[in-house]
Design a protein around this ligand. Sequence first.
Ligand SMILES: [Zn+2]
Length: 218
Amino acid sequence: MEQYSAFHGKLDRGGAHTRKLKIVCEECNNTWMSRIQNESKDAILKIHRGQWDSITAGDRHNLATWATMFAMVVDFIQPDIVAIPQSERTKFYKLTKPSDKGIVWIAPYSARDLAPEYDQIAIGVLDRSQRPPVLSEPIAQIVTVVMGGIIIHVCHTTAFPLWVRLNRDYSPHLNMLQIWPNFEGPSFRPEFTFKEGSVLELTKLTQTFVCGGQQFPF
Ligand SMILES: [Zn+2]
């Protein structure tokens, strides 16, 4: 099995709006990206009001699409450590649907502030046969974002075996509702409500599953 390690310094937390990051151009932001944002509003408001049972397959799809867009935008906060390849962004621009290399989960969150707060980390493959060990280009990204009573967790990876492990071995233990892939499953309110501080904890939890707790010492 391949050994993975997280990049230090990729962590970026706080309530920065994607708009303030100035990563995307004005035109994209005002057209197709704002359309995705608008289409996710129904789902976000339903969850904000606690109406988990009324979340439809369409809501789940729209929310997973928004989460994918968010993950792709914040991936550029550090342009030298970008985990989602250009081919995936091009595909997303053309199809505006979640990536088949992504997984998206949601759960209730205790704080009610509608301004998003997020955390993210990039992961590479660690080659220990080299002295000193060498970390590859990023092959996975973990993003956690909270807003208005909802916590959204997104993993994107070009390493298919890792994607399979996350889906099969990790997802069932996460106490969250997986909305991508299989966005057509039943919607329910996960029993566990994430508390303030969970943004960092959840990101760390997934990082530990992927990397076995180790970080590459830069
Ligand atoms: Zn643009």
